[in-house]
Design a protein around this ligand. Structure first.
Ligand SMILES: *[C@@H]1O[C@H](CO)[C@@H](O)[C@H](O)[C@H]1NC(C)=O
Ligand SMILES: *[C@@H]1O[C@H](CO)[C@@H](O)[C@H](O)[C@H]1NC(C)=O
Ligand SMILES: *[C@@H]1O[C@H](CO)[C@@H](O)[C@H](O)[C@H]1NC(C)=O
Length: 458
């Protein structure tokens, strides 16, 4: 066989001095030291905002706190779920009997993707399989417990992948490693995780199938915490993902790859759900937050309007996360019909309206030397090149605002992003730092948040 250019290129990669030759990427080894050293593809830090969607068989009962755990709560005897089942379902009804009722009659992935696009999000993360084990795609190793064989009879993941990509949104796939009651998993656990039959026959084949079928930009791993990463073979999987998979260049992963991994290993860090650091972490991170605040990731049919975060609360949370260097992943639960209910849709569209004016301060921004300032209204800072953005979470009283931290110069220019062509009058606060800005009349903002652009400050 004759040597072609591809062979020569791969041979040259073996010579250390030529490692930087085009086409020679460093190879990662299946250990955390090597995998953790991989630089995060830039798209993720630039994106800042994503939408998380929880959907599965659990959406059928759609009940109770953390409804995506319904099967677990019911089986382990939590009163609310036990009573709910007794009252509404015949004796002998099993959790699996919910699956045929997962019909997704109104599921239109183009409608979903339109909403996500309008929200200003740059990526989505969709549950391909939650802890109940039901796969939202035709997994070849989830016989009769997948969305093609039963329930919707559709490839929910595949259809959404096409719709979001049409709108240039990045595709993230959530995947739970463990399954509450899978007999293979229970047997491995009973062995103290000495056997790996579940990993060999279920977890790894499904992760591979997801990557090869849908070429995700992001894998949001979960359900890892009972067993060490050596049980899951996480480092072997990630080495393959980074070296040889079809998404090796741009793919991003989180940090849930085995007991003790989170906040320590993987790609970016989620740490615990709704993580909120007190200072800028030295590693890229993401806060996931449910719009059905502190109640549920899965849809709850018994959700009340007062349970849902209002727009100012969402923007406040989002802005503080970005100012601290994080991404914000905001969750909605879809109902079993396949609808994103109008109250969620409205919130998402309102965020998009706010980002339409203020997105310059968010997308591709960096943290500044100060994150939060002490003044009459809460102020968070972001920065880009030589520009600093001061995001106000309330309108300042008396049309004047003091910002103690920025250092001005004669070149300093101040504008409100609502009125980009109207320079505002300002004066130094003290001889060393700070400025007082004369504010224009208050532009309406349903989010109760505005952004000052400060050019030529340090
Ligand atoms: C996990 O990785 C080890 C070491 O490479 C290998 O011996 C084992 O077969 C793998 N297990 C599975 C389930 O792939
Ligand atoms: C704001 O006040 C707090 C508490 O008084 C202080 O620790 C912090 O350094 C101040 N921040 C700035 C930017 O001055
Ligand atoms: C800001 O800096 C980035 C690189 O860090 C550059 O690509 C971009 O063009 C700059 N933008 C402006 C407005 O100078």
């Amino acid at each position: 066989m004759a040597l072609g250019p591809a062979h020569i290129a791969s041979f040259m990669c073996l010579i250390p001095l030529l490692l930087l030759a085009p086409g020679c990427a460093a190879r990662y080894t299946a250990d955390w030291a090597s995998l953790d050293a991989r630089p995060l593809p830039q798209w993720y830090d630039d994106a800042k905002f994503g939408i998380f969607i929880h959907w599965g068989v659990f959406s059928v009962p759609g009940f109770g706190q953390f409804s995506e755990w319904f099967w677990w709560w019911w089986a382990s005897g939590r009163q609310a779920e036990v009573d709910f089942m007794k009252k509404n379902y015949p004796p002998g009804f099993k959790y699996a009997d919910f699956a045929p009722q997962f019909r997704a009659e109104f599921y239109n992935p183009d409608d979903w993707a339109d909403i996500f696009k309008a929200s200003g999000a740059r990526y989505i993360v969709f549950t391909t399989k939650h802890h109940e084990g039901f796969t939202n795609w035709p997994s070849p190793v989830s016989w009769n417990w997948n969305s093609m064989d039963t329930g919707p009879h559709r490839d929910l993941v595949g259809e959404l992948a096409v719709a979001v990509r049409k709108r240039s949104l990045r595709l993230g796939l959530y995947h739970s490693m463990f399954e509450f009651f899978n007999p293979l998993y229970l047997a491995d656990r009973a062995s103290g995780f000495k056997t790996q039959n579940f990993v060999a026959l279920k977890t790894l084949p499904e992760l591979l199938h997801l990557v090869m079928s849908y070429k995700p930009d992001l894998i949001w791993s979960d359900g890892d915490w009972e067993a060490p990463d050596t049980y899951w073979n996480s480092t072997q999987f990630l080495a393959w993902l980074y070296n040889d998979s079809p998404v090796k260049e741009g793919v991003i992963v989180n940090d849930r790859w085995g007991k003790g991994c989170y906040c320590k290993h993987g790609g970016y860090f989620n740490c615990a759900d709704r993580f909120s650091p007190g200072q800028v972490p030295n590693h890229k991170w993401e806060k996931c937050q449910d719009l059905d605040a502190f109640q549920s990731w899965g849809y709850r049919r018994n959700m009340k309007l007062t349970d849902v975060m209002d727009l100012p609360s969402v923007i406040k949370d989002f802005v503080s996360v970005v100012a601290m260097g994080g991404n914000y992943l905001l969750n909605v639960g879809a109902n079993s019909d396949g609808m994103i209910v109008p109250v969620f849709e409205e919130r998402l569209r309102q965020i998009g309206v706010w980002l339409g004016i203020n997105g310059e301060a968010i997308y591709a921004s960096k943290t500044w030397r100060v994150q939060k300032d002490n003044t009459t209204v809460p102020v968070w800072y972001t920065a880009k090149n030589n520009t600093v953005y001061a995001i106000l979470l309330s309108w300042p009283p008396k049309q004047s605002l003091q910002l103690p931290s920025p250092k001005t110069s004669t070149a300093t220019k101040v504008t409100l992003l609502d009125f980009p062509n109207v320079p505002l009058k300002w004066a130094p606060m003290t001889q060393t730092a700070g400025l007082t800005v004369l504010m224009p009349p208050m532009p309406p903002s349903p989010a109760n948040a505005w952004c000052l652009k400060l050019e030529g400050v340090a």
